[in-house]
Each structure stands twice: as structure tokens, then as C-alpha cells.
Design a protein around this ligand. Structure first.
Ligand code: BES
Ligand code: MN
Length: 466
């Protein structure tokens, strides 16, 4: 084990250079023109996995390819049909994604998003933290085992997909068709945040999500607002009024039944959260808001990880260009997502939301609601033997006591890991709250990168004892 840790220490500079190569691929899933870049990025990953000693292959899908890379089995494989029967070791999957969010607005980047730049202890690029840097830390830990000839106490399979940021549609199908081979004891995922490098964390919950678009239509075309304004409903006004009714003054969602199934926070959870280092003032500063805002009776930590939300993600209507244009717009549209918490069922909440919006929509406009993606929240025991093993690995690598936390973001595929493979996920994030995921100037902290590698190295030992 010491050989593994020494190897990691000795090779940091090369690892950072390799991570830069990985970050140069503009693997943006939301933009069809990047299909080739996603393929090239996956190809680079497969080559890299082979180079460090893994059995890797590129698995084509109807969408973007999935990279599957396994630690070599001690005994030769005979034919196909899953893992070698003679391996008595536990088998863990390491999940990550090589696709990234769009980098726009480009003018807000201090350096181009796909030209990685190192400044201080951070590496700046789209995907640096979400998620290339985090999955690369695990690859480097496994490289250290393979290249120092240190026996791994378990079998490992990397599954690095290319559609996470757009809903993981192909991976969900792939899990069903490769169930035997991907059958594993647990999944390890580094794709979340920790409060600070002094507060490594095991996240034991993720929020779920439902997405939809609301369109209200008024006149058959944009109208002269002087000639006709006053005699017709303005769709932008109608939509604004409708949306404004969906939360009360403290941010509580007013849709009847919305909170009915919400699992209450347990006393020990609230106590844990209160120990997290992020102060309200720091959060306010980090986010650049005038004042924090959220549901009464809950702390900001609770509000953003354990309470459901209703958010407008985009709002469009009328003239968006320079100067003024005097019209009553023909339509208005809002892109909405609700974050869900454990026990809320996405289909039920979607139904409640639709019914309520239809009920309060004024009769002067036509309403259309288009459903988007959805996923349940995730909750797993933070006290299982494997969770405790993960906590030991975190402490060994970061040199301080880890915290337990819930995450507000969503990783929908974890539900499929549970339903299709029967495997729980250990969420061991390496991101920091100021990492600018999905924002301009995304960055990944190089200490978190190094500590993440050490955490991974310790984890395989600890999990194999658990
Ligand atoms: N890595 C994030 C998820 C995340 C980030 C969870 C920080 C917890 C803390 C992931 O890449 C992501 O952005 N997920 C999307 C999922 C959505 C598109 C269904 C999200 O949460 O918005
Ligand atoms: Mn993301």
C-alpha cells in the first residue's frame, strides 16, 4: 500500500498534464455539433485505460459511447458471460461521466473553457470538476496499484459514460443488457461536492428531479401594443402571474399536496448539518446574493439538500433584442425543474403540478405543458459497513474527520444502479462549493485531485475488509 501512495506522490505532475489532455476535448452533450468530440474523448479514455493496465473497451450506444474498463482478472477469461466465476473477490463499479455542460456564456471565461489553465492550486476548464477531474482521480489510484504490482483486494470496473448531463438514457439501457457483467457489490461515484478540503464527506442522499416546460399562448401573432394593448391578455403577464402564485413569500411551494410525502429530516441529520462549516454569510458572499432566501423553519443547508423546490430555469417571451419594441407577445414560455426529496414520487408530483397549473391558468390564454426528464431522489444508509469503510478511507486520505451530508444535486442513474443491478452507491465527492460547476470558470482543486487519488487507493483496502 505504501508503494501505491508513493507512486501517487511521485507522479502528480504527470497526472495533471494528462488531466489537461482529457479536458481539451469539448465533450458537450447538449450540442449536437460535438458528437465527434465526444467520440474522440471516449476513444482517448479507452487508450488511456489500456495504457495504465486496464482491460478497456468502447461500447457504442444509440447515443454517445460508454467506456468500460476492468482490472485484469488473475485467471484467463473463458468465453463471454460475465465475471470469471473463480474470482472470490468483491466487485465494485466506479461510475463517472466524460460529457460536460455547455460552456456558454463564453465571454465570462477568463481563459477558453477547453484550454486548461493552472492558476494557484486549481485547474480551470469546463469539466475539470464535473466530472473529468473526479473520475480521473480514481483512474490514477488504480494505475498506481497496477503499475507498482500491488495486488488489488477487489475487482474493479470503470463505467464512464457520455450522456450524464442529458439524462443517461443510453446507460440505463446498457445496464439492462449487460447486467451479468456489471453485477457488483456497490458503485463508487465521485461526482458531488464536499464543504471544504478539511471536511471530506460521504453524501448519503441526492435530490430527485422533474423537468417540464410551460407555454401560454395569447394572440395569433405579436400585436402592436398601442393599437391592441389593453383589450387582450398579455401572455407574458399571464405567465408571470401564474408562476408567482406557485411559491409563497418564504419560498414554500403552494401546490396542494406537494409536501405530503416528504420524509421529515431526522434529529441526528439536522445535528450533523449544523456542524457543516459553511456559514450563512459565506454562502451569501459566495453566491453574490443580496440576501439568502428560503423556506422558513429550515437552515440554508437543509433548504438546498433536503427540501423540495420549484425553480424557473428559463423564462422567454417577446422581444429580446436591443432597444424597444412595442408589442403584446403572442406567447410566453418557462422552463421549470422541481428538485424532489426522498419519498416524493416524480410521477405523482408531476401530476399535482400539472393539475394545479391548469386550475389557476387564466381562461384568456391557451396553456401547454410539456413533460421532460424525471428521477427519484436517492437515500442510502450512512451507517452500513461499506459506508463506514468509505469514511475510514476519507479520513486516511484527507487527514481529518469526514462529515455526513445530503446533496441537493441529482445523479439519476444511481436509481438504476439500485433497481437494475441491486447495488448501492457510495457518493464520495471531490468538488468544492466554489468549483463553478455548470458556470463559467469551472475549476478543480489540485489538492482535492491528489487527496481523491489517495482516498480511492485506501477505499479498495477498506471496502474489502468491510
Ligand atoms: N455532478 C452533478 C450532480 C451533483 C453536483 C450532485 C453537485 C450533487 C452535487 C451532475 O453532473 C449534474 O449536474 N446532474 C444534473 C442532473 C440533471 C441533468 C438530471 C443536475 O443535478 O442538475
Ligand atoms: Mn453536471
Amino acid at each position: 500500500m505504501q508503494a501505491v501512495l508513493d507512486y501517487l506522490k511521485r507522479n502528480q505532475a504527470r497526472f495533471v498534464a494528462e488531466l489537461c489532455d482529457y479536458l481539451r476535448f469539448p465533450s458537450v452533450t447538449a450540442q449536437p455539433q460535438h458528437k465527434k468530440d465526444l467520440r474522440a474523448c471516449a476513444g482517448w479514455l479507452v487508450d488511456h485505460c489500456r495504457h495504465i493496465g486496464l482491460d478497456a473497451r468502447l461500447c457504442p450506444t444509440a447515443g454517445h459511447p460508454i467506456v468500460v474498463a476492468e482490472t485484469p482478472l488473475a485467471a484467463p477469461k473463458h468465453g463471454e458471460g460475465g465475471r470469471a466465476k473463480n474470482s472470490h473477490k468483491q466487485h465494485f463499479m466506479i461510475y463517472g461521466h466524460y460529457d460536460v455542460q455547455p460552456p456558454e456564456p463564453l465571454e465570462l471565461w477568463k481563459s477558453p473553457p477547453f484550454a486548461p489553465r493552472i492558476a494557484g492550486r486549481s485547474i480551470y476548464a469546463r469539466g475539470a470538476m464535473d466530472n473529468k477531474g473526479q473520475n480521473f482521480a480514481h483512474l490514477k489510484a488504480v494505475e498506481a496499484y497496477l503499475q507498482t504490482g500491488t495486488p488489488l483486494p477487489c475487482d474493479l470496473t470503470f463505467v464512464i459514460e457520455g450522456e450524464e448531463e442529458v439524462g443517461s438514457v443510453s446507460l440505463a439501457k446498457f445496464l439492462k443488457s449487460h447486467r451479468a457483467e456489471l453485477n457488483c457489490d456497490a458503485v463508487v461515484i465521485s461526482d458531488t461536492d464536499i464543504p471544504s478540503p478539511k471536511h471530506p464527506a460521504l453524501a448519503y442522499s441526492l435530490r430527485g428531479i422533474i423537468a417540464f416546460e410551460i407555454t401560454v399562448r395569447g394572440p395569433a401573432r405579436d400585436l402592436h401594443s398601442g393599437v391592441f394593448g389593453g383589450a387582450v391578455e398579455n401572455p407574458a403577464m399571464a405567465l408571470a402571474r401564474l408562476l408567482a402564485q406557485l411559491r409563497d413569500a418564504s419560498g414554500r411551494v403552494t401546490i396542494p399536496g406537494f409536501y405530503d410525502d416528504v420524509a421529515p429530516l431526522l434529529a441526528y441529520e439536522r445535528k450533523q448539518f449544523a456542524r457543516l462549516p459553511i456559514k450563512d454569510r459565506d454562502l451569501q458572499k459566495l453566491l453574490g446574493v443580496k440576501k439568502l432566501f428560503g423556506e422558513r423553519g429550515f437552515t440554508p443547508t437543509e433548504q438546498r439538500s433536503a427540501r423540495p423546490t420549484f425553480e424557473i430555469n428559463g423564462l422567454t417571451s417577446g422581444y429580446q433584442g436591443e432597444g424597444s419594441k412595442t408589442i403584446v407577445p403572442a406567447w410566453a414560455r418557462a422552463k421549470i425543474t422541481c428538485r424532489l426529496v426522498p419519498n416524493q414520487r416524480p410521477a405523482k408530483i408531476r401530476e399535482l403540478v400539472c393539475r394545479h397549473i391548469k386550475k389557476i391558468c387564466p381562461p384568456t390564454v391557451r396553456l401547454e405543458i410539456e413533460a421532460g426528464h424525471g428521477a427519484e431522489a436517492y437515500l442510502v444508509s450512512p451507517t452500513s459497513a461499506r459506508a463506514r469503510a468509505a469514511l475510514r478511507a476519507l479520513e486516511a486520505a484527507f487527514g481529518c474527520k469526514p462529515v455526513l451530508m445530503r446533496e441537493g444535486g441529482s445523479i439519476p442513474i444511481v436509481n438504476d444502479f439500485k433497481k437494475i443491478l441491486g447495488a448501492d452507491s457510495l457518493l464520495l465527492g471531490l468538488g468544492l462549493p466554489d468549483g463553478n460547476a455548470h458556470s463559467p470558470n469551472e475549476k478543480f482543486n489540485l489538492d482535492c485531485f491528489a487527496k481523491g487519488q489517495a482516498m480511492s487507493a485506501h477505499l479498495w483496502q477498506e471496502l474489502s475488509l468491510a
